[in-house]
Write a protein that binds this ligand. Structure first.
Ligand SMILES: *Cc1c(COP(=O)(O)O)cnc(C)c1O
Length: 398
């Protein structure tokens, strides 16, 4: 009999979205005449821009003739895409090298797979509430997690505690689910803390494209010293509507080196390269063609149009809550609006209340961690009409 990875027994059942679907279905069945508006989804809805679509078609056509056919590509991604990512960073004032860019099928896989590089024995800091992938992938590997509280008192932006040592720190900014985004000084504190502790920051910047405040950093590498202590995960899922097309990229700086128990120095860049070339055969050429178009002038302009559409939705939601005097976070620099449930309600009770009285579906904060217990997430990824109607209903409700 195989000995199974019993760490899986320690995973909490991921019932959040299943439970939401279940409650919504029950309500819909009992109230077939009611129009339900879903503002709970964390998935984009706008179609991909024509520049990217043309490039995807070109990629398909290349497969049809022997002159242009592509078989296995480089595991790390084609140079044309790695170079495009380097240029994109440069436009944002950050200098990285192409051999520090690893193209992948998305940030979820990379944030999960990165755990391959670390021993079981580490002090791991993860904020609560959080994107569940960081927690579950560490539990699968049998690691203990130290949670750091993100709450209204710290504006959902927890800061390092200099009296507590950590080895690995997860940061997602702008944050899912809270919408909160760190500024330069705050991130600098984290970088300084990581350097002082010889720790590494695993930085998820999947929502950097939603940053409108130009003073906010869009990459951890905008912070001095970060190349010695951080890996950055990014994705075209939210930037370009690639949630179904699948493409992301991870930056592993060559400066990221640690002396290990043998006295040797190990490079995280070399390790990740070894890991990827061993376990991953690259993203399809077709998708990489589409991805490269995101970084063209026209392509980026089209992506920004979609992002602006979602940002306007976010503003509509935030304005409505603001007028009602409801305390919210996010809504700017983020497609997420995270607010305190009115009258001290708990998030699942508020979910039911909102469904029954306004037929609006959101996501209970409890699903992202203990500190989300009295909070609720709405997303800007719906269409304009529905977003406006949902806010009119909420406006009448309180
Ligand atoms: C959506 C999202 C991602 C993107 O994941 P992909 O696998 O690239 O689609 C990464 N991190 C967070 C926090 C997200 O919400």
């Amino acid at each position: 009999m195989p000995k199974l990875n019993e760490n899986y027994l320690n995973l909490k059942e991921s019932y959040l979205f299943a439970e939401i679907a279940h409650r919504v279905n029950d309500y819909a069945k009992a109230n077939p005449d009611k129009k339900i508006i879903r503002l709970g989804i964390g998935d984009v809805t706008r179609p991909i821009g024509s520049e990217m679509i043309s490039a995807l078609h070109e990629g398909v056509d290349a497969m049809a003739s022997s002159e242009t056919f592509k078989g296995y590509g480089p595991e790390q991604g084609y140079d044309f895409l790695r170079d495009a990512v380097v240029s994109y960073y440069k436009e944002n004032g950050v200098s990285i090298n192409a051999d520090e860019v690893f193209v992948s099928d998305g940030a979820k896989s990379d944030t999960g797979n990165i755990t391959d590089l670390f021993d079981k024995d580490n002090v791991i800091l993860i904020p609560d509430p959080v994107y569940p992938v960081y927690v579950d992938t560490n539990i699968m590997n049998g690691r203990n997690i130290t949670y750091i509280d993100a709450n209204a008192e710290n504006n959902f932006l927890p800061m390092p505690d200099k009296n507590v040592h950590a080895d690995i720190i997860y940061i997602c900014s702008p944050n899912n689910p809270t919408g909160a985004a760190y500024n330069h000084e705050q991130l600098k504190e984290w970088v300084d803390y990581a350097l002082a502790n010889d720790a590494i920051i695993l930085y998820d910047s999947a929502y950097e494209c939603f940053i409108t405040d130009e003073t906010l950093p869009r990459s951890i590498f905008a912070i001095e010293g970060a190349k010695k202590c951080a890996i950055e995960f990014c994705s075209l899922s939210k930037t370009a509507g690639f949630t179904g097309t699948r493409c992301g990229y991870t930056i592993v700086p060559k400066d990221l080196k640690f002396t290990v128990s043998t006295g040797e120095e190990m490079s995280l860049n070399a390790m990740w390269n070894r890991r990827q070339t061993t376990k991953f055969n690259g993203v399809s050429y077709i998708v990489q063609k589409g991805a490269a178009a995101v970084f063209s002038k026209e392509g980026m302009a089209q992506c920004k149009e979609n992002i602006a559409y979602y940002q306007e939705n976010a503003k509509i939601i935030a304005d409505c809550l603001g007028k009602k005097g409801i305390r919210y976070f996010g809504g700017v620099n983020s497609p997420y609006i995270w607010f305190e449930c009115p009258n001290g309600m708990e998030s699942w009770d508020f979910f039911d209340y909102l469904l029954k009285n306004a037929q609006v579906v959101g996501t209970p904060g409890a699903g992202f961690g203990n500190n989300g217990k009295n909070f609720f997430r709405l997303t800007a990824f719906g269409n304009r009409e529905n977003t406006m109607e949902a806010m009119e209903r909420i406006n009448k409700l309180f």
